[in-house]
Structures are given as C-alpha cells and as structure tokens.
Design a binder for this molecule. Structure first.
Ligand SMILES: Cc1cc2nc3c(=O)[nH]c(=O)nc-3n(C[C@H](O)[C@H](O)[C@H](O)COP(=O)(O)OP(=O)(O)OC[C@H]3O[C@@H](n4cnc5c(N)ncnc54)[C@H](O)[C@@H]3O)c2cc1C
Length: 505
C-alpha cells in the first residue's frame, strides 16, 4: 500500500485494500466525505448506516495519510493532560473528553465484535513515568487530574520498559490494534451498506450551487447536501490553519535480541517525549519505539532525528534489527482540543474534523460519531466544546501568537537565508535543498541516478518557502504543514496545488 512518504510502516507492508470500481455517479449524494483515513471511513460508515447516501472521495488511495502511519494506541490518557483540560475548559468539560475517549474505544470494540474483525486488538495497561524531580511533580498533577475525571489510575513501582525512572503511574483499560486491518474491515462494511468510494480523486473546490454543495475534483464534479472535510487538515486557507500547528513524529519498528518486549504501553514525560509498545507482526513481536517530534519543516536533517531515536532505543534495548522506520504528520490544536463540527467561514453544510494531536485514532473515531449526529440532526454533547468556531482566547492565545510568528518569520526570513550555489553542485544522490540560483530560490532534488528535479519552492497555499525532508524525501512547508513529493505533487494539504516545476537537468 502507498502512503504519503518514502518510508514504509509495518501496517502497509504486504497489506492491500482494493476498492472496487463503480460506474460514474451523477445523482446527488446526501453526504460527500473528503479523505479516506480513520475520520472519513468512520464518518462514512456511521452516516451510511444511519440511512444517508455517502460518497468518500480520496485524493490518492484509501489510508494514504497518517492513518497508515499511526502507532495505533487507543488511549483515554491524551496528549493534552487532564490538569491542562481542567484548567482551560473546566472539570465538567474535561470529564466529557475522558468519557468521549472511552466511548471511542468502545465504538472500536463494538465494530470489532459486530463485524468479527481480526485486527490484533488487545487491551493493555498504560504507564507514564517521570525521570527527575520536575517530572515527578508534573506526574503527580497528571495523576490527580486523571482521578478527577474518573480515569482508573494509581502509582506504580514498576514500568514495562528497562528505562530508569523516579516515579510512575499505571492506568488500565487502554488498547492497541492494527489500524489498516481495522479500517479495511470498516471499508468493507461501508461498501456493503451501499456506500461509494472513489480513489485518485483530489478535491479542488467546493461551492454552493442551487442549494447543493458542488465538489470539483480531478475526476469531475459531484454534488451532495453536506460535505465533510476528513482531510486531517482542511485544504485552502482557513482560520483553522492558524489554530493548528503541523508536527512530524518518528517511529522505529525493532526486533530485539532478547525477549524484553513490553507487554504494556509506556510513555515518558520528556519534551519531546518517547513511547514504546509491542505489536505482533508477521508472526513475531515488533517493538514500536516513537517520539522525537518537531514542527514540520523546522528540522534541517530529519535523518538525524531517526539516528537520535535509534540511539535512545539502543541505550535501553538490545536491538537485533530495525526492519521499519517511518515518520508522519499530526496537527496540534492551539488550545489542546480538536476542532470537530462546522467549518468556519462556510455555510451550514460544510463540516470538518482536525487538530487531533497524537490521539487521532480516538478523536477520528469520536469525530465519526459527532459528525454523524450533527448531520442527521441529533444532539451531540460535544458540539459546543469542540466547535471549530469556538473562541478560547485565554486557552490558546500563547500558541496562536507563536504559530503566527512562525508564519511571518518563514514568509519573509527564508528568502534571505537560502544556501549558496555551491550546494546545487554538491547535492548528493537522494538529497534535496532550497538553493539560490541567479537571484531565484529553487527547490532542487537529485535522484539516485543524478537526475535533478527543480521546483519553485514557494508553497502555493500561503507563499512560505518549503524545506527538504531528507528522511521522507519530500518538500515540507514550515508554515502550515503542506507536503509535496519530488515532482511537486501534493502529499499533504492544506495546499491544493502542486509546487511548480522549473524543469529537470
Ligand atoms: C507517528 C504518529 C503516531 C501516531 N500514533 C497515534 C496513536 O498511537 N494513537 C492515536 O490515537 N493517534 C495517533 N496518531 C494520530 C493519528 O494517527 C491521526 O490523527 C489520524 O490517523 C488522522 O486520521 P485522519 O483520517 O483524520 O487523517 P488521514 O489519515 O491523514 O487521512 C486524510 C486523507 O485525506 C486525503 N486528502 C487530503 N486532501 C484531500 C483532498 N483535497 N481531496 C481528497 N482527499 C484528500 C489524504 O490523502 C488522506 O488519505 C499518530 C500520528 C503520528 C504522526
């Protein structure tokens, strides 16, 4: 299976999801869902089963985005801690989020039971551990917050990983699964219920016409009453691009010399953090070690990040081999909660779900339930709390300003700091860089055979300069996280247009 990157995840390896071709559909749909990751597929299934006629449009192939690159922990303990949620949104709302996370795991469990899905689902206990005094006191507050919102948690004198710690807590009722086995089964159910999926269909525009939403795409036009952007981040330029910051996160799939695979989920409190779990893959255990996150396009050498993660893992585990390594993208919301509901600046028929941080298996599943409730006219207890139009100036203000400052810096500053012409000649095979040539900035990549690919480095989304990601061989925009392959084609939005080619050499 393909995904939006050069590296391969264990989930994709040897796994295929085939979508049967259907005749062109001209009649209007009830709902068109744009994007076939966990959000789009779950939302499509919920709505189709609620009696809505649904079409899912996917720019590439199903699960091309982060859903094929997740590490697939199913947590009620989220990236935004409960003390933070209580402080920003109040104890009742934090409780609602904890219940939502539980509901999401239950919905996944129900799907697995109802459709007999064999997707390596396992219930696990989670461990969070501190490694110094500062983290000890942070952990104490986290535990207090968890107990306030009714999460079963307690101090622990052990962790499942051979990493020294000062204090630790344990919390049962977490889980893990194989994301593509799960989503593939949901796709089967969606199709069986009468839903339609069209791959290789990049949506370029949505306009209201004659009371319907008209979708223009690379395979033609489609119409529906309601639209859902399940694209991880909505395309185009929208308020949400200033409320969500794109991050890259790194993962290794490791075979160990010995049997010290953790039988639980383990997370530290470092900034950026590390985490560990074990998957069963091709008949043997595979240690999944992740972390080392950074803002997209803000790391000069992404290969080096993999090396750092590997060095960290080697410090504590006896590594036999490293069959997998990959990175992928997520979006950090300004105030710590996702944006699920009507897309600001549009009419009452255009919905979105984004800003999940590293909890998109949970929030993508919950979004399916929330959006289905909203579109079918049912009450959702999450509608106001997660509304994308919510104004939380106190909660998100610091981040909001920071993200904007970043945009301005890259918008103006990048053009002054590009590297010299020497780099153009010095590019090694498989390397890329933004260079200055004849007064122009050029995104240049040299393939293994020495062929040079040159692109205009100005991201068509908001005009920032892209940066080379050497690990995934992509051009990444540091402002809003758009990513492009070496030919300039869009890998991740919000950009909808390709980087312009300047010709090969
Ligand atoms: C390394 C990593 C590890 C993670 N681990 C976890 C974890 O353990 N647990 C957890 O809960 N979460 C985790 N997450 C987060 C989670 O994986 C994501 O939030 C989730 O997969 C997002 O799903 P999605 O369906 O919203 O987006 P995606 O899976 O990215 O799907 C969006 C789809 O939309 C398509 N698309 C985009 N634009 C268009 C367009 N214009 N027209 C048509 N189609 C379009 C894309 O091609 C893509 O297929 C992790 C994230 C990362 C990066």
């Amino acid at each position: 299976m393909n995904r939006d990157a050069f590296t391969t995840t264990p989930w994709q390896d040897g796994f295929n999801i085939r979508i049967p071709e259907k005749a062109t559909v001209n009649a209007p749909f009830d709902v068109i869902i744009i994007g076939a990751g966990i959000t789009g597929i779950t939302t499509g299934l919920q709505l189709q089963q609620a009696g809505k006629k649904c079409l899912i449009l996917e720019a590439h192939t199903v699960c091309f985005g982060t859903s094929a690159a997740t590490t697939a922990h199913l947590n009620t303990v989220l990236d935004t801690t409960y003390p933070e949620l209580i402080k920003k949104f109040g104890a009742n709302n934090a409780l609602l989020i904890a219940q939502g996370a539980r509901k999401a795991i239950q919905l996944i469990r129900n799907h697995i039971g109802q459709y007999q899905i064999d997707c390596d689902f396992e219930e696990k206990t989670g461990y969070l551990y501190a490694r110094n005094e500062k983290e000890d006191s942070e952990l104490e507050k986290i535990l207090e917050g968890m107990l306030t919102v009714g999460i079963d948690a307690a101090p622990s004198f052990t962790t499942p990983v051979p990493i020294p710690f000062t204090t630790a807590i344990r919390f049962p009722d977490q889980a893990q699964f194989h994301p593509l086995k799960y989503l593939s089964a949901l796709i089967d159910q969606f199709l069986e219920a009468g839903g339609t999926i069209r791959e290789a269909t990049m949506v370029e525009q949505v306009e209201e016409k004659d009371g319907l939403q008209e979708v223009s795409s690379t395979t033609g036009q489609y119409r529906a009453t309601d639209i859902v952007y399940a694209t991880h981040i909505p395309p185009g330029v929208n308020l949400l691009h200033f409320r969500c910051a794109p991050y890259r996160s790194y993962v290794l799939g490791i075979r160990l010399e010995d049997d010290s695979y953790p039988d639980a989920l383990a997370y530290d409190l470092e900034e950026p953090y590390h985490y560990f779990r074990t998957a069963r893959h091709q008949g043997a255990p595979l240690l999944i070690a992740g972390g080392c996150d950074h803002k997209t396009g803000h790391e000069d050498n992404t290969e080096q990040v993999f090396r750092e993660l590997e060095a960290y893992a080697r410090t504590y585990f006896r590594i036999h081999s490293l069959p997998y390594r990959w990175s992928s993208q997520y979006y950090e919301p300004a105030d710590g909660l996702p944006y699920i509901g009507l897309l600001p600046g549009n009419n009452d028929h255009v919905y979105v779900a984004t800003g999940y941080s590293g909890n998109g298996m949970i929030f993508g599943t919950l979004a399916g339930r929330i959006l289905s409730d909203l579109i079918t006219g049912h009450y959702s207890p999450y509608a106001d709390l997660l509304a994308p139009s919510r104004i939380k100036p106190v909660a998100g203000f610091a981040n909001f300003i920071k993200e904007n400052a970043d945009v301005v810096k890259h918008f103006i500053g990048d053009r002054l700091s590009v590297k010299s012409l020497d780099v153009f000649a010095a590019l090694g095979p498989g390397e890329g860089s933004v260079i200055q040539y004849d007064g122009e900035s050029i995104a240049a990549y040299k393939d293994e055979q020495g062929k040079l690919f040159t692109l205009d480095p100005v991201c068509p989304h908001a005009g920032c300069l892209v940066q080379w990601n050497n690990a995934e061989r992509s051009w990444d925009c540091p402002c809003h996280g758009s990513r492009f392959d070496v030919n300039g084609s869009v890998l991740n939005g919000p950009a909808q247009k390709a980087l312009q080619p300047l010709g090969g050499v």
